[in-house]
Design a protein around this ligand. Structure first.
Ligand SMILES: [Ca+2]
Ligand SMILES: [Ca+2]
Length: 265
């Protein structure tokens, strides 16, 4: 072997050995498919890797040299391992729902009526009387019984911010509503939602909300859409207050909302 070649080879080997046998992590990316009910999982090919393992909720579902996998079963945790010799590098995606509990009031009640969510599932509440245009652009739904200047406790619904029974809509963002089927991890499919407002809010009932933020439905774009599950925790009280818990899937367009058993109550 020529001296120069030997030098180059030992340099490459030296570089590889300085860090680890693997050049980086497999870096997962997700693409939502099948109307939000399946995931194309792709990962970077890692220099030095002999094979990859894909684990779904700690179970190996794939082992080999491919760098993509289509997952049709809802889960909470995706882990990809690149394996080269006795080195392993790992990347993970946590699909667990973001959860919190919230108090909101019917629009004639004693507190604020509207709520909005960031893409990571944090919430902000808003007063309907707030005329700040940035605030108005931020909220996604509010509570209304469609009776002006009074509160009718058995008529309160969640209402989309692009609909206002007593005047102009608050913004252009759409929220759509359905009832959540018992024990289902995926939210209902996109054909199952009603426009404008939910069914009446009852204690212990569970609702699905599709935040169609760009108000263009599913086919025209779902990169900003999010699905959430809402459980009403207590019957509305005389001040118009409704207490609920929500679970929010931060992966845009994904209908899976995996809820840990200890979070159900
Ligand atoms: Ca009212
Ligand atoms: Ca959309």
């Amino acid at each position: 072997m020529h001296m120069r070649k030997v030098l180059a080879l030992s340099l490459i080997m030296g570089l590889a050995c300085d860090e680890s046998g693997l050049a980086g992590s497999p870096h997962i990316s997700l693409e939502v498919q099948d109307g939000g009910n399946s995931l194309l999982i792709q990962w970077y090919s890692v220099v030095g890797a002999d094979k990859y393992q894909l684990l779904v909720d700690s179970q190996v579902v794939y082992e080999g040299t491919d760098t993509s996998y289509t997952l049709n079963q809802p889960c909470r945790l995706i882990e990809c391992r690149a394996i080269g010799g006795n080195e392993t590098s790992v990347d993970q995606e946590d699909l667990s729902a973001i959860t919190d509990s919230v108090e909101l009031w019917e629009r004639d009640g004693e507190g604020v009526a509207a709520i909005g969510f960031t893409g990571t599932g944090a919430y902000t509440t808003y007063a309907l009387s707030d005329t700040d245009s940035a605030h108005r652009a931020g909220f996604r739904f509010y509570l209304d019984d469609f009776r002006p200047d009074t509160i009718v406790l058995d008529s309160i619904r969640m209402v989309s911010s692009d609909f206002n029974g007593f005047g102009d809509p608050f913004n252009d963002c759409k929220a759509l509503f359905a009832m959540w089927q018992d024990d289902s991890i995926p939210a209902p499919d996109t054909a199952s939602y009603q426009d404008k407002y939910s069914e009446i809010l009852l204690a212990d009932s569970v609702y699905a909300v599709w935040l169609d933020v760009d108000a263009n439905g599913w086919e025209e774009g779902h990169e900003s859409d999010h699905f959430m599950k809402i459980k009403v925790l207590a019957a509305p009280d005389s001040t118009g207050k409704v207490v609920f818990r929500y679970w929010f899937q931060k992966v845009a367009g994904l209908r899976w909302v995996p809820v840990a058993p200890e979070e159900e109550n």
